[in-house]
Design a protein. Structure first.
Length: 261
């Protein structure tokens, strides 16, 4: 159990896409620090396995099936979360999909463009809208504070061939979160973005397995390794803790030094 400035006992986190990858890495860290956690994901089996993994930390863990691109589903998931926990102190909008990377931009279909927009941007909007509304209502009841966190990408800063739709969604997150930070600061609510670099997850497995891609990227990462989901635990705990109460409208790049090298 954590103690001191990073003790999250009594706090509740919602983490979309929390049943795997970076989301599960963050969920494990905040649970280990004492937080209760509700993970949202579309795969019931993965949700159950992730909940079992998180339960070993001894906090209250729930898993909710939710497609974040569906307004009704998000509303229902938030209602179920509040029913189970009574409050939400931090919302990590982490759910996302990648581009298929199989065709050049001039051959991209509208369906492929909208598939990525639906989850990465519409899902972000719907999730954080629900969280912000709940936090404002708490603030009006003399219980101010809250954390809105979005997972963007190194792709927000770097060009990504054959992934223009993915890069567009991740780039849009940065001014979106800064705007939330300005609007909701009066309620003690912070809003920040996390930008992962080259991270070893199921979503990036095809790139990890591609020799040409791997050999081009790895020498450019000063740490000389792929990042792991566990590398996002510390930033998740910090952003959820009271220690970060005056830290808002920021973009936090976690890429092993790649972008600045």
């Amino acid at each position: 159990m954590a103690t001191g400035p990073f003790d999250l006992t009594g706090k509740v986190a919602v983490i979309t896409g929390g049943n795997g990858g970076i989301g599960l890495g963050m969920a494990g860290a905040v649970a280990a620090a004492g937080a209760d956690v509700c993970i949202w994901g579309t795969n019931p089996d993965k949700n159950g396995a992730a909940a079992d993994t998180l339960a070993r930390h001894g906090t209250h863990i729930e898993a909710v099936v939710c497609d974040v691109g569906d307004e009704t589903a998000v509303g229902s998931a938030f209602a179920r979360t509040l029913e189970a926990f009574g409050r939400v102190d931090a919302c990590f909008a982490n759910a996302g999909v990648g581009g298929d990377g199989r065709q050049p931009f001039h051959e991209m279909t509208v369906e492929e463009w909208q598939r990525v927009m639906r989850v990465n941007l519409d899902g972000l909007f719907l999730t954080l809208r629900g969280a912000a509304g709940h936090m404002v209502e708490r603030a009006k009841a003399d219980d101010p504070g809250g954390r809105l966190i979005a997972v963007s990408s190194l792709g927000a800063l770097c060009g990504m061939a054959r992934a223009e739709h993915y890069a567009a969604t991740k780039g849009a997150i940065l001014p979106f979160m800064s705007s939330l930070a300005v609007e909701y600061a009066r309620h003690g609510i912070t809003a920040n973005s996390i930008l992962p670099g080259h991270i070893g997850t199921a979503m990036t497995q095809r790139m990890q397995d591609h020799p040409k891609y791997r050999d081009a990227i790895m020498p450019r990462i000063p740490m000389r390794r792929w990042g792991t989901p566990a590398d996002f635990g510390g930033i998740a705990v910090y952003l959820m803790s009271d220690t970060s109460a005056y830290h808002t409208a920021d973009t936090m790049l976690i890429d092993g030094g790649f972008f600045r090298a």
